[in-house]
Ligand binder design. Structure first.
Ligand code: KG4
Ligand code: ZN
Length: 340
Protein backbone atom coordinates (compact mmCIF):
# COMPACT_ATOMS: atom_id res chain seq x y z
CA UNK A 1 0.00 0.00 0.00
CA UNK A 2 1.50 3.37 -0.92
CA UNK A 3 1.70 6.03 1.75
CA UNK A 4 -0.47 8.43 -0.26
CA UNK A 5 -3.52 6.30 0.29
CA UNK A 6 -3.82 6.19 4.05
CA UNK A 7 -7.16 7.60 5.18
CA UNK A 8 -7.96 7.60 8.90
CA UNK A 9 -11.31 8.47 10.44
CA UNK A 10 -10.96 9.94 13.94
CA UNK A 11 -13.80 10.01 16.47
CA UNK A 12 -13.81 12.11 19.65
CA UNK A 13 -16.55 11.96 22.31
CA UNK A 14 -14.76 12.28 25.66
CA UNK A 15 -16.62 15.29 27.05
CA UNK A 16 -19.19 17.63 25.50
CA UNK A 17 -18.06 17.83 21.88
CA UNK A 18 -18.98 15.16 19.34
CA UNK A 19 -16.37 15.26 16.60
CA UNK A 20 -15.29 13.29 13.55
CA UNK A 21 -12.38 14.00 11.21
CA UNK A 22 -10.75 12.43 8.19
CA UNK A 23 -7.04 12.80 7.56
CA UNK A 24 -4.97 11.66 4.62
CA UNK A 25 -1.35 11.00 5.57
CA UNK A 26 -1.48 13.45 8.43
CA UNK A 27 -3.27 16.18 6.44
CA UNK A 28 -6.77 17.14 7.55
CA UNK A 29 -9.51 16.69 4.94
CA UNK A 30 -12.38 17.39 7.35
CA UNK A 31 -12.83 18.14 11.05
CA UNK A 32 -16.47 18.40 12.10
CA UNK A 33 -17.30 19.39 15.68
CA UNK A 34 -20.82 19.44 17.16
CA UNK A 35 -20.63 21.36 20.44
CA UNK A 36 -23.36 20.72 22.95
CA UNK A 37 -25.01 24.01 23.87
CA UNK A 38 -27.38 22.34 26.35
CA UNK A 39 -24.79 22.52 29.18
CA UNK A 40 -24.76 26.34 29.12
CA UNK A 41 -28.06 26.35 31.00
CA UNK A 42 -26.50 24.33 33.83
CA UNK A 43 -23.20 26.21 34.24
CA UNK A 44 -21.14 23.09 33.51
CA UNK A 45 -21.16 19.77 31.67
CA UNK A 46 -23.96 17.41 32.76
CA UNK A 47 -22.63 13.88 32.03
CA UNK A 48 -26.02 12.25 31.42
CA UNK A 49 -27.03 14.95 28.94
CA UNK A 50 -23.63 14.75 27.25
CA UNK A 51 -23.92 11.05 26.44
CA UNK A 52 -27.45 11.49 25.12
CA UNK A 53 -26.32 14.31 22.84
CA UNK A 54 -23.39 12.19 21.59
CA UNK A 55 -25.90 9.47 20.68
CA UNK A 56 -27.89 11.97 18.64
CA UNK A 57 -24.87 13.61 17.02
CA UNK A 58 -22.50 10.79 16.19
CA UNK A 59 -24.08 9.43 13.00
CA UNK A 60 -24.65 12.82 11.31
CA UNK A 61 -21.21 14.11 12.42
CA UNK A 62 -19.36 11.09 10.98
CA UNK A 63 -21.47 11.29 7.83
CA UNK A 64 -20.61 14.97 7.42
CA UNK A 65 -16.89 14.34 8.00
CA UNK A 66 -16.81 11.74 5.20
CA UNK A 67 -18.85 13.98 2.92
CA UNK A 68 -16.59 17.01 3.51
CA UNK A 69 -13.51 14.85 2.93
CA UNK A 70 -15.15 13.63 -0.31
CA UNK A 71 -14.39 10.01 0.40
CA UNK A 72 -16.51 6.92 0.93
CA UNK A 73 -16.29 4.90 4.12
CA UNK A 74 -14.92 2.04 2.01
CA UNK A 75 -11.76 4.07 1.34
CA UNK A 76 -10.91 4.28 5.06
CA UNK A 77 -7.83 2.38 6.21
CA UNK A 78 -8.55 2.52 9.93
CA UNK A 79 -10.77 4.09 12.58
CA UNK A 80 -9.23 5.88 15.54
CA UNK A 81 -11.30 6.75 18.61
CA UNK A 82 -10.81 8.34 22.01
CA UNK A 83 -10.52 5.57 24.61
CA UNK A 84 -10.07 7.95 27.56
CA UNK A 85 -9.68 9.85 29.79
CA UNK A 86 -13.11 11.48 29.94
CA UNK A 87 -16.71 10.94 31.00
CA UNK A 88 -17.54 7.24 30.85
CA UNK A 89 -21.01 7.61 29.29
CA UNK A 90 -19.61 9.93 26.61
CA UNK A 91 -16.61 7.71 25.86
CA UNK A 92 -18.84 4.65 25.50
CA UNK A 93 -20.78 6.25 22.65
CA UNK A 94 -17.65 6.92 20.55
CA UNK A 95 -16.02 3.61 21.49
CA UNK A 96 -19.05 1.49 20.59
CA UNK A 97 -19.62 3.38 17.36
CA UNK A 98 -15.96 3.11 16.29
CA UNK A 99 -15.86 -0.61 17.12
CA UNK A 100 -19.00 -1.40 15.13
CA UNK A 101 -17.92 0.64 12.11
CA UNK A 102 -14.43 -0.89 12.04
CA UNK A 103 -15.93 -4.36 12.43
CA UNK A 104 -18.47 -3.72 9.67
CA UNK A 105 -15.81 -2.39 7.29
CA UNK A 106 -13.28 -5.03 8.36
CA UNK A 107 -10.52 -2.46 8.97
CA UNK A 108 -8.24 -1.89 12.01
CA UNK A 109 -9.44 -0.06 15.10
CA UNK A 110 -6.97 2.26 16.86
CA UNK A 111 -7.44 3.42 20.45
CA UNK A 112 -6.21 6.92 21.30
CA UNK A 113 -5.40 8.59 24.60
CA UNK A 114 -7.10 12.02 24.58
CA UNK A 115 -4.21 13.73 26.43
CA UNK A 116 -1.65 12.34 24.02
CA UNK A 117 -3.83 13.62 21.18
CA UNK A 118 -3.85 17.19 22.58
CA UNK A 119 -0.04 17.04 22.44
CA UNK A 120 0.36 15.34 19.06
CA UNK A 121 -2.10 17.82 17.50
CA UNK A 122 1.07 19.88 16.97
CA UNK A 123 2.05 17.40 14.23
CA UNK A 124 -1.04 17.80 12.05
CA UNK A 125 0.43 18.54 8.64
CA UNK A 126 -1.84 21.21 7.16
CA UNK A 127 -1.13 23.57 10.01
CA UNK A 128 1.54 26.04 8.90
CA UNK A 129 2.75 26.70 12.42
CA UNK A 130 6.24 25.48 13.32
CA UNK A 131 6.54 22.04 14.91
CA UNK A 132 8.27 21.48 18.26
CA UNK A 133 11.45 19.38 18.11
CA UNK A 134 11.95 16.50 20.59
CA UNK A 135 12.34 16.71 23.49
CA UNK A 136 9.80 19.42 24.34
CA UNK A 137 7.49 20.34 27.19
CA UNK A 138 3.74 20.33 26.57
CA UNK A 139 1.37 22.39 28.70
CA UNK A 140 -2.19 21.14 28.21
CA UNK A 141 -4.75 23.54 29.68
CA UNK A 142 -8.51 23.22 29.29
CA UNK A 143 -11.77 22.84 31.18
CA UNK A 144 -10.83 19.25 32.00
CA UNK A 145 -7.04 19.19 32.08
CA UNK A 146 -3.94 20.92 33.40
CA UNK A 147 -0.73 19.00 32.78
CA UNK A 148 2.92 19.56 32.01
CA UNK A 149 4.28 16.67 29.98
CA UNK A 150 7.83 15.92 28.96
CA UNK A 151 7.64 14.66 25.37
CA UNK A 152 10.67 12.67 24.16
CA UNK A 153 9.03 11.16 21.11
CA UNK A 154 5.57 10.60 19.61
CA UNK A 155 4.94 7.72 21.99
CA UNK A 156 7.39 8.44 24.77
CA UNK A 157 5.99 11.01 27.14
CA UNK A 158 5.71 11.47 30.88
CA UNK A 159 3.49 13.70 33.01
CA UNK A 160 5.84 15.76 35.20
CA UNK A 161 3.19 18.04 36.71
CA UNK A 162 -0.60 18.17 36.94
CA UNK A 163 -3.42 19.70 38.91
CA UNK A 164 -4.28 18.12 42.22
CA UNK A 165 -7.85 19.53 42.09
CA UNK A 166 -9.52 21.83 39.51
CA UNK A 167 -8.31 22.32 35.94
CA UNK A 168 -7.32 25.83 34.88
CA UNK A 169 -10.41 26.19 32.64
CA UNK A 170 -12.55 25.27 35.66
CA UNK A 171 -10.83 28.03 37.62
CA UNK A 172 -11.95 30.46 34.92
CA UNK A 173 -15.47 29.02 34.69
CA UNK A 174 -16.05 28.84 38.47
CA UNK A 175 -14.71 32.38 38.96
CA UNK A 176 -17.07 33.48 36.20
CA UNK A 177 -19.99 31.86 38.01
CA UNK A 178 -19.12 33.78 41.20
CA UNK A 179 -19.10 36.99 39.11
CA UNK A 180 -22.46 36.13 37.51
CA UNK A 181 -21.01 35.52 34.02
CA UNK A 182 -22.32 32.88 31.60
CA UNK A 183 -20.76 29.47 30.99
CA UNK A 184 -18.05 28.92 29.85
CA UNK A 185 -16.68 32.14 31.33
CA UNK A 186 -13.05 31.88 30.14
CA UNK A 187 -13.47 33.89 26.93
CA UNK A 188 -15.39 36.72 28.66
CA UNK A 189 -12.96 36.97 31.58
CA UNK A 190 -10.15 37.13 29.01
CA UNK A 191 -11.90 39.89 27.03
CA UNK A 192 -12.59 41.96 30.15
CA UNK A 193 -9.11 41.30 31.54
CA UNK A 194 -7.64 43.15 28.58
CA UNK A 195 -9.61 46.26 29.61
CA UNK A 196 -8.81 46.14 33.33
CA UNK A 197 -5.94 46.67 35.75
CA UNK A 198 -4.24 43.31 36.56
CA UNK A 199 -2.86 44.68 39.82
CA UNK A 200 -6.12 46.19 41.13
CA UNK A 201 -6.72 43.25 43.51
CA UNK A 202 -4.35 40.62 44.84
CA UNK A 203 -5.13 36.93 45.17
CA UNK A 204 -2.55 34.71 46.83
CA UNK A 205 -1.05 32.02 44.66
CA UNK A 206 -1.36 28.47 46.01
CA UNK A 207 1.79 26.88 47.37
CA UNK A 208 2.02 23.48 45.72
CA UNK A 209 5.19 21.42 45.74
CA UNK A 210 7.15 20.75 42.56
CA UNK A 211 5.42 20.99 39.22
CA UNK A 212 1.87 20.26 40.37
CA UNK A 213 -0.94 22.82 40.29
CA UNK A 214 -3.89 23.64 42.51
CA UNK A 215 -6.74 25.98 41.58
CA UNK A 216 -9.50 25.21 44.08
CA UNK A 217 -8.04 27.52 46.78
CA UNK A 218 -8.00 30.41 44.32
CA UNK A 219 -11.70 29.89 43.59
CA UNK A 220 -12.49 30.00 47.34
CA UNK A 221 -10.32 33.10 47.81
CA UNK A 222 -12.20 34.85 45.00
CA UNK A 223 -15.56 33.81 46.49
CA UNK A 224 -14.71 35.20 49.97
CA UNK A 225 -13.26 38.37 48.46
CA UNK A 226 -16.39 39.03 46.40
CA UNK A 227 -18.71 38.22 49.35
CA UNK A 228 -16.80 40.63 51.60
CA UNK A 229 -16.68 43.45 49.06
CA UNK A 230 -20.34 43.04 48.09
CA UNK A 231 -21.37 43.39 51.73
CA UNK A 232 -19.76 46.83 51.81
CA UNK A 233 -20.90 47.82 48.31
CA UNK A 234 -23.71 45.96 46.57
CA UNK A 235 -22.47 47.21 43.17
CA UNK A 236 -18.85 46.18 43.73
CA UNK A 237 -18.78 43.50 41.01
CA UNK A 238 -20.64 45.62 38.47
CA UNK A 239 -18.40 48.65 39.06
CA UNK A 240 -15.12 46.74 39.06
CA UNK A 241 -15.73 43.82 36.72
CA UNK A 242 -12.86 44.49 34.29
CA UNK A 243 -10.36 45.02 37.11
CA UNK A 244 -11.55 41.85 38.90
CA UNK A 245 -11.21 39.84 35.67
CA UNK A 246 -7.76 41.30 34.97
CA UNK A 247 -6.60 40.46 38.51
CA UNK A 248 -7.91 36.88 38.30
CA UNK A 249 -6.26 36.39 34.90
CA UNK A 250 -2.98 37.89 36.16
CA UNK A 251 -2.96 35.42 39.07
CA UNK A 252 -3.78 32.37 36.92
CA UNK A 253 -1.19 33.20 34.24
CA UNK A 254 1.36 33.81 36.98
CA UNK A 255 0.74 30.33 38.39
CA UNK A 256 1.12 28.72 34.94
CA UNK A 257 4.28 30.63 34.03
CA UNK A 258 5.95 29.97 37.43
CA UNK A 259 5.51 26.21 36.92
CA UNK A 260 6.67 26.36 33.31
CA UNK A 261 9.80 28.22 34.42
CA UNK A 262 10.49 25.53 37.01
CA UNK A 263 9.80 22.72 34.52
CA UNK A 264 12.12 24.27 31.95
CA UNK A 265 14.83 24.80 34.56
CA UNK A 266 14.68 21.28 36.01
CA UNK A 267 14.52 19.49 32.63
CA UNK A 268 16.82 21.85 30.71
CA UNK A 269 14.20 21.93 27.91
CA UNK A 270 13.37 25.34 26.41
CA UNK A 271 10.87 24.19 23.74
CA UNK A 272 7.35 24.67 25.09
CA UNK A 273 4.16 23.69 23.26
CA UNK A 274 0.67 24.53 24.53
CA UNK A 275 -2.73 22.98 23.85
CA UNK A 276 -6.30 22.83 25.17
CA UNK A 277 -9.08 25.43 25.10
CA UNK A 278 -7.36 27.82 27.53
CA UNK A 279 -4.46 28.21 25.07
CA UNK A 280 -6.78 30.68 23.29
CA UNK A 281 -6.21 33.01 26.24
CA UNK A 282 -4.55 36.31 25.31
CA UNK A 283 -2.67 36.46 28.63
CA UNK A 284 -0.99 33.07 28.29
CA UNK A 285 -0.11 33.78 24.65
CA UNK A 286 1.52 37.09 25.59
CA UNK A 287 3.33 35.52 28.56
CA UNK A 288 4.78 32.81 26.31
CA UNK A 289 5.92 35.42 23.81
CA UNK A 290 7.57 37.35 26.65
CA UNK A 291 9.19 34.06 27.76
CA UNK A 292 10.93 33.83 24.39
CA UNK A 293 12.74 37.10 25.11
CA UNK A 294 13.10 36.73 28.88
CA UNK A 295 14.02 33.06 29.22
CA UNK A 296 15.12 32.04 25.71
CA UNK A 297 12.06 29.81 25.24
CA UNK A 298 10.82 28.57 21.88
CA UNK A 299 7.04 28.35 22.04
CA UNK A 300 4.47 26.56 19.88
CA UNK A 301 0.73 27.21 19.65
CA UNK A 302 -1.37 25.08 17.26
CA UNK A 303 -4.24 26.40 15.17
CA UNK A 304 -7.22 27.00 17.49
CA UNK A 305 -9.37 24.44 15.67
CA UNK A 306 -6.89 21.72 16.70
CA UNK A 307 -6.38 22.87 20.25
CA UNK A 308 -9.91 22.59 21.71
CA UNK A 309 -11.48 19.12 21.76
CA UNK A 310 -11.60 17.86 18.16
CA UNK A 311 -11.27 14.64 16.18
CA UNK A 312 -8.43 15.78 13.90
CA UNK A 313 -6.08 15.36 16.87
CA UNK A 314 -7.45 11.82 17.39
CA UNK A 315 -6.97 11.04 13.70
CA UNK A 316 -3.33 12.25 13.67
CA UNK A 317 -2.49 9.91 16.56
CA UNK A 318 -4.39 7.20 14.66
CA UNK A 319 -2.21 7.84 11.63
CA UNK A 320 1.04 7.71 13.62
CA UNK A 321 -0.06 4.47 15.32
CA UNK A 322 -1.22 3.05 11.97
CA UNK A 323 2.30 3.53 10.56
CA UNK A 324 3.59 1.41 13.46
CA UNK A 325 0.88 -1.23 13.07
CA UNK A 326 -0.25 -0.44 16.61
CA UNK A 327 -3.92 -1.51 16.57
CA UNK A 328 -6.50 -2.13 19.30
CA UNK A 329 -7.92 -5.52 20.11
CA UNK A 330 -11.63 -6.07 19.39
CA UNK A 331 -12.39 -6.22 23.13
CA UNK A 332 -10.81 -2.81 23.91
CA UNK A 333 -12.87 -0.86 26.47
CA UNK A 334 -13.32 2.84 27.20
CA UNK A 335 -11.35 3.99 30.22
CA UNK A 336 -12.48 7.13 32.09
CA UNK A 337 -9.18 7.46 33.98
CA UNK A 338 -6.79 6.37 31.26
CA UNK A 339 -3.24 7.56 32.04
CA UNK A 340 -0.65 8.86 29.61
O1 KG4 B 1 -10.48 22.38 25.31
P1 KG4 B 1 -11.84 22.89 25.63
O2 KG4 B 1 -12.67 23.45 24.51
O3 KG4 B 1 -12.70 21.75 26.30
C1 KG4 B 1 -12.28 21.02 27.40
O4 KG4 B 1 -12.50 21.50 28.52
O5 KG4 B 1 -11.70 19.92 27.22
O6 KG4 B 1 -11.66 23.99 26.77
C2 KG4 B 1 -12.75 24.70 27.30
C3 KG4 B 1 -12.25 25.58 28.43
C4 KG4 B 1 -13.36 26.26 29.21
O7 KG4 B 1 -13.08 26.11 30.59
C5 KG4 B 1 -13.25 27.71 28.78
O8 KG4 B 1 -13.66 28.64 29.76
C6 KG4 B 1 -11.77 27.84 28.52
O9 KG4 B 1 -11.39 26.61 27.92
N1 KG4 B 1 -11.42 28.96 27.62
C7 KG4 B 1 -10.71 30.02 27.99
C8 KG4 B 1 -10.61 30.86 26.86
N2 KG4 B 1 -11.26 30.27 25.81
C9 KG4 B 1 -11.75 29.08 26.30
N3 KG4 B 1 -10.17 30.34 29.17
C10 KG4 B 1 -9.50 31.50 29.25
N4 KG4 B 1 -9.36 32.35 28.21
C11 KG4 B 1 -9.89 32.09 27.00
N5 KG4 B 1 -9.74 32.95 26.00
ZN1 ZN C 1 -9.46 17.85 25.93
Amino acid sequence: MSEQNIFILGIESSCDDTSAAVIQNGTVLSNVVASQKIHEDYGGVVPELASRAHQQNIVPVVHQALEKAKISKHQLNAIAFTRGPGLMGSLLVGTSFAKSLAYGLNIPLIDVNHMQAHILAHFIKDDNSKKPPFPFLALTISGGHTQIVRVDNYFEMAVIGETIDDAVGEAYDKSGKILGLGYPAGPEIDKRAQLGNPKAFTFTKPKVQGLNFSFSGLKTAILYFIQKQTKADANFVKNNLNDICASIQYTIIGILIDKLKLASKTTGIAHIAIGGGVSANSGIRQALKDGEKKFGWHTYVPKFEYTTDNAAMIAIVGYLKYLEGNFAKADVMASARLKL
